[in-house]
Write a protein that binds this ligand. Structure first.
Ligand SMILES: [Zn+2]
Ligand SMILES: [Zn+2]
Length: 130
């Protein structure tokens, strides 16, 4: 149970989630910077990364380093982690889901489009001549 590979490869999303949670630990409430806070991810056995933003939001917690270490050390805390995530403010959980669901649009390089349009124009011009 470490940080999700998904969030590790999306540090901007991880930081946005910390901000959405108010930059505070969801167990002890202490505030911290984005660098100080950690995102704890838990999911079903053998399931590294849940699929939907809703599932992901329900299986992560924003924690300070101390609570994160405590949680991993204490089986009681681990059994309560789903309750903690489930008890999150509705507004905060909606914000986190939105962050998780956000995907930057696929931007095709404009150069190739212009080149294609240019070739088409040339081709049709030749077509007219012949
Ligand atoms: Zn804490
Ligand atoms: Zn963890």
């Amino acid at each position: 149970m470490s940080s999700s590979p998904f969030l590790l490869s999306h540090p901007a999303k991880a930081n946005s989630i910390k901000r959405a949670a108010g930059c505070r630990c969801e167990i002890c409430g202490s505030t911290g910077t984005e660098d100080e806070l950690e995102i704890h991810c838990f999911s079903g056995e053998g399931e590294e990364c849940p699929q939907s933003p809703e599932e992901m939001e329900r299986s992560l917690l924003v924690l300070c380093a101390r609570c994160h270490a405590d949680l991993h050390a204490s089986p009681d805390a681990v059994s309560g982690q789903e309750l903690l995530a489930g008890a999150r403010d509705r507004e905060v959980s909606l914000r986190i889901r939105k962050i998780l669901a956000f995907q930057p649009g696929q931007v095709s390089p404009p150069d190739s489009d212009i080149e294609g349009a240019y070739k088409d124009a040339c081709a049709s011009r030749y077509g007219n001549l012949i």
